[in-house]
Design a protein around this ligand. Structure first.
Ligand SMILES: *Cc1c(COP(=O)(O)O)cnc(C)c1O
Length: 427
């Protein structure tokens, strides 16, 4: 069977395939640059593993308290080395990105302290962590005051506003790298470095934390290379490489990591406890694969941007821009279109391809969300996935793909479903 027939058998019409192949041909130079970054980051990860002397004994399981879990301690050393921090907390007990961010924030903030976001509203789930939306157990309930300075209309930093907002109680600054569920641009590592330098000039002892979700291995440097005191992320996104079945990480200054560890386990216990339950091998191996997995996801994002831009939709980032995370936003404008898009992503999946995603009220989100995820790991968004809050401007956020070929199929299928639903697409 020819490749074209293989696609047809999976449900992609000839018209959609030809349109996709034409776009793909134009992207060769972009894809080569993505591969070069992956090669650089692959060397970074292998170097970290060699320096930490990773060995197969580190894949052994521990249970119970997890005292002397060698694999866990070496895994944390590898993360610290790969991301150029002094220390790391990398645990299956960090349930998700939101949990890791909560542990980093609540471990390092005390009653009366102020938390500042100089990049506008943070990711939806953090609104309840911080107490922007009232929530039991929020930082607000513990007496932490939150301030926010929005980005300027052109997406740049409001340096004047930030200078006014920093005061003697400002203890921690949280900087979200990725756009999350917003249509603002994602920040580059360089921009994050400039922002941190500006803030540290005003107040040198402030802790600068970066929500690094979806940004790992997209560039050659990470925010820890440009002054961040802590970076935080999820292992079911980029750094888990698709193999980590759970987990989160915090990398940075030793005192920040120690304080976070006392919040994760208990004061006095910190990093010394926490069994790895046999997950270490998938954490090591996932990190090892992460640079190339991220490259596949990036190619998918670039492909999607160019396809939907050509069809006349607003895409962020646009088809030409440089990339700082693996997320692609496409504003489709109607509920029918975002649902059809997500149904296409689902239909292309290796797992649960036969189910039809519908919008539902998810915990932590303020509008119904439709999600497509035919994933090996539940909710994993380094795997090909798409989600869209059912609210204006009806944008879908698309990310992941453990392989470029799967990402390509998913994007072609999303277009196929839009056409099948009769949504106007001028090819
Ligand atoms: C995904 C994400 C989070 C939260 O991570 P979960 O693992 O879904 O809890 C936080 N911030 C950003 C920018 C994210 O993309």
């Amino acid at each position: 069977m020819r490749l074209e027939e293989m696609y047809q058998e999976l449900g992609i019409s000839r018209k959609v395939l030809e349109f996709g192949l034409e776009i793909e041909k134009e992207l060769k130079g972009r894809f080569d640059a993505v591969d070069e970054t992956a090669e650089y980051n692959q060397m970074k990860v292998i170097g970290a593993m060699q320096k930490a002397r990773v060995s197969d004994i580190h894949f052994a399981a521990t249970t119970g308290y997890g005292y002397n879990d060698l694999g866990r301690d070496v895994l944390e050393e590898v993360y610290a080395r790969a991301f150029h921090g002094e220390a790391a907390l990398v645990r299956p007990q960090l349930i998700s990105g939101t949990h890791a961010l909560h542990v980093a924030l609540s471990g390092n903030l005390r009653p009366g302290d102020e938390l500042l976001s100089p990049v506008g509203k943070p990711y939806d789930t953090l609104e309840e962590v911080i107490g922007i939306r009232d929530s039991a157990g929020s930082l607000k309930e513990y007496g932490v005051v939150y301030r926010q300075v929005d980005l300027l209309a052109d997406g740049s930093f409001d340096y004047e506003g930030i200078k006014k907002a920093v005061n003697e109680r400002t203890k921690l600054v949280t900087i979200q790298r990725s756009k999350g569920y917003a249509t603002r641009p994602t920040l580059s590592v360089k921009q994050i470095g400039e922002l941190i330098a500006f803030i540290k000039r005003i107040k040198p002892d402030v802790i600068c934390m970066v929500d690094n979700c979806y940004g790992e291995f997209v560039e050659r440097t990470e925010p820890t290379d440009v002054g961040a005191d802590m970076i935080v992320g999820s292992l079911i996104k980029n750094p888990g490489g698709g193999l980590a079945p759970i987990g989160g990480y915090i990398v940075g200054q030793k005192d920040c990591i120690d304080r976070a560890s006392y919040r994760l386990s208990a004061p006095g216990l910190g990093k010394e406890v926490g069994a790895s339950l046999g997950l270490n091998q998938s954490f090591f191996q996932g990190l090892f694969l992460a640079p190339t997995v991220v490259a596949g996801a990036l190619k998918g994002a670039i492909f999607a941007a160019n396809i939907y831009e050509r069809l006349g939709f607003l895409v962020v980032p646009d088809g030409k821009e440089s990339r700082h995370d693996i997320i692609q936003a496409v504003t489709l404008g109607t509920q029918e279109a975002v649902v059809a898009f997500c149904q296409g992503i689902q239909a292309a999946a290796p797992v649960d391809s036969f189910v039809t995603p519908e919008p539902w009220d998810m915990p932590g989100y303020d509008a119904p969300v439709v999600m497509a995820a035919g994933a090996f790991v539940q909710g994993s968004s380094i795997e090909l996935s798409a989600d869209a809050p059912i609210k204006e401007p009806y944008a879908v956020y698309f990310q992941g793909g453990l392989t470029w070929y799967h990402a390509k199929l998913g994007i072609l299928m999303s277009l196929q479903k839009l056409m099948d639903a009769g949504i106007p697409c001028k090819m």
